[in-house]
Ligand binder design. Structure first.
Ligand SMILES: Cc1cc2nc3c(=O)[nH]c(=O)nc-3n(C[C@H](O)[C@H](O)[C@H](O)COP(=O)(O)OP(=O)(O)OC[C@H]3O[C@@H](n4cnc5c(N)ncnc54)[C@H](O)[C@@H]3O)c2cc1C
Length: 246
């Protein structure tokens, strides 16, 4: 279901698709000339002639997971069994979709003295991937902390990319937590608790001061917002993107 009105739409060609975590696919589109966006924004993707459709329609809102400096637009999603996603998975490469203009204010603040704390639940990683890759490319001086919560390592998209960024950008720290390791076949040495005040305090010198960005399923976003407010973070310093539909 789309939540943003499509103001201006452009056509974009599907170049490739790949599995980036269990049941999770990234779709790479050629970036239409003149398409502009800010890292962290989202866009409506519409299938114009899908092989199947249902009552939820042919449009979904997705965060743009790729940075500005690449000449592709990447959208990443959990492949749930809906007509839209089944269609996206099977349309031939070179199929054109309609992409609405980029919208949203879920973008990095300008004040470089204030750290950014990103809190991603599962597929909520998409806007942050764009932001941290672009910040690395632009050598932004902001201190960036990314807390990335998944049930298992199998579910965590882009882990390798994020770990590499931690090495190339001294201002970037990645803290991953896997909250259902009993269901995993992989090993894990990092955090395993849900993101809460104690967990944040273990990794952040002070909880009040940074700008917080939360993205993921609505229940996760609500829980984290409550945690942050309970820890004394000002409401004005919390920005949230709810991935409705999860
Ligand atoms: C700003 C923004 C950015 C997003 N970025 C991403 C992203 O990068 N990756 C990603 O996978 N998803 C993202 N989403 C969510 C995405 O738009 C889809 O809703 C989601 O992928 C589920 O799609 P679906 O086809 O699996 O299920 P759907 O068929 O869309 O819906 C599943 C269920 O959720 C309900 N539902 C759908 N939309 C809403 C809504 N707006 N409010 C209440 N209930 C609703 C439906 O009625 C249905 O019961 C984003 C959403 C927003 C608003």
């Amino acid at each position: 279901m789309a939540t943003n009105a499509v103001l201006v739409a452009v056509q974009a060609r599907l170049m490739r698709r790949e599995e980036v975590a269990e049941g999770t696919m990234a779709f790479h589109f050629e970036k239409p000339s003149g398409f502009t966006f800010k890292a962290g924004q989202s866009a409506d993707v519409t299938l114009t002639d899908p092989p199947e459709t249902d009552t939820e329609g042919n449009t979904r809102t997705f965060s743009i997971a790729s940075p500005l400096f690449e000449n592709e637009l990447v959208f990443t999603t959990r492949m749930r069994d809906t007509a839209f996603k089944r269609s996206l998975k099977k349309v031939p490469l070179a199929t054109e979709v309609k992409i609405g203009s980029a919208t949203g204010s879920f973008t990095l603040h300008k004040n470089r003295a204030k750290p950014a704390v990103f809190l991603a639940g599962g597929i909520g990683i998409t806007p942050f991937l764009s932001i941290v890759r672009q910040a690395d490319h632009d050598r932004l001086p902001h201190k960036l902390y990314l807390f990335y919560s998944n049930r298992r390592p199998e579910d965590a998209a882009f882990l390798d990319t994020l770990r590499t960024l931690e090495k190339t950008n001294p201002n970037f720290r990645l803290i991953c937590t896997m909250t259902e390791m009993s269901k995993s076949k992989k090993g894990w040495k990092g955090e395993t608790v849900l993101i809460d005040k104690e967990m944040l305090s273990r990794h952040l010198a002070i909880l009040q001061g940074p700008i917080y960005y939360v993205a993921g399923p609505p229940t996760m976003v609500a829980a984290i917002r409550q945690t942050l407010v309970g820890a004394g973070v000002e409401e004005d310093d919390i920005r949230a993107e709810e991935f409705a539909g999860y």
